[in-house]
Design a protein around this ligand. Structure first.
Ligand SMILES: C[S@@+](CC[C@H](N)C(=O)[O-])C[C@H]1O[C@@H](n2cnc3c(N)ncnc32)[C@H](O)[C@@H]1O
Length: 257
């Protein structure tokens, strides 16, 4: 790698949103249109390809469900390599770069090589999923906190569950839709009431967006079947009670005062 400072380019780390291009920010779009090199993730709609400049070098570096096109080290290396060649690089990520996006590793290599960069936030799937449910993740007097869990590795980590029995809020579990039964069981074991509502949202923000509801108790036994092969988020918490009750036509017990 060359370290000639006069030739160093610039890296824009862009949050692409939950999939559809109309949930990309204007600033992100502007950087993409001026990019010479674009390294992009999985989970972005094919319509993104239409806004990539024709003369830019576009490299797919996505990782989905264990199918990794490149290792993280390779991705970080490519970003630095092109920037050190003096290119305007866009690193386009799904959702927001700061949420389970390996942002820290990519920043480290940029800092190590004194490469100038910016981070452009994106609409996270966490909030896109809430919009799909037409709900608020916080609810006055009911849900004062939100925690975001990595469903892929959380089972192996005992520390993250400490104090869960006292948690009053909404849990958003990413990368966990293949383990809904196990996650439901674990949450009950850790002190969350079996009666707590849960929802799964798939393809939030997109044309194939779907959702369904259950309770921890039910999904401990039956799971909450996925309806598509797209990405999904599992939400757990009392803020979903009204939605579950609407779905099952039961009386509401949540006070909105
Ligand atoms: C590696 S994480 C990246 C999260 C991303 N940085 C964000 O802010 O949304 C990928 C996970 O995000 C969730 N996800 C991403 N896009 C989604 C979508 N459109 N609908 C539902 N879940 C989505 C899924 O849980 C997926 O397994």
């Amino acid at each position: 790698m060359s370290s000639n400072k006069t030739e160093i380019g610039f890296v824009s780390i862009v949050g692409g949103g939950p999939g559809p291009i109309d949930l990309l920010t204007l600033r992100g779009l502007e950087r993409i249109r001026k990019a010479e090199v674009i390294l992009y993730d999985a989970l972005l709609d094919p319509s993104f390809l239409e806004v990539f400049p024709e003369d830019s070098l576009c490299l797919y570096v996505g990782k989905r469900s264990g199918q990794h096109s490149r290792t993280q080290e390779e991705i970080s290396g490519l970003i630095a390599e092109y920037a050190l060649q003096g290119k305007r690089v866009v690193r386009l990520k799904g959702g927001d770069p700061s949420v389970f996006g390996r942002l820290a590793e990519e920043l480290e290599i940029l800092k190590t090589n004194s490469i100038p960069y910016e981070i452009i936030p994106g609409v996270s799937s966490i909030t896109a999923g809430a919009a799909a449910l037409q709900t608020s993740l916080t609810l006055r007097g009911v849900a004062r906190q939100i925690i975001i869990l990595d469903g892929h590795t959380i089972m192996e980590d005992n520390k993250s569950w400490v104090g869960m029995e006292n948690f009053q809020g909404t849990i958003a579990i990413l990368m966990g839709t293949r383990k809904i039964k196990e996650l439901s069981l674990k949450l009950i074991e850790k002190g969350i009431s079996p009666n707590t509502p849960i929802a799964i949202v798939e393809n939030a923000g997109g044309k194939k967006e779907v959702h369904s509801f259950s309770t921890l108790e039910c999904s401990k036994e039956k799971g909450l079947p996925k309806q598509t092969d797209g990405p999904g988020i599992l939400y757990v918490g009392e803020a979903l009670r009204i939605l579950l009750q609407k779905e099952t036509n039961q009386e509401t017990s949540v006070s909105l005062t």
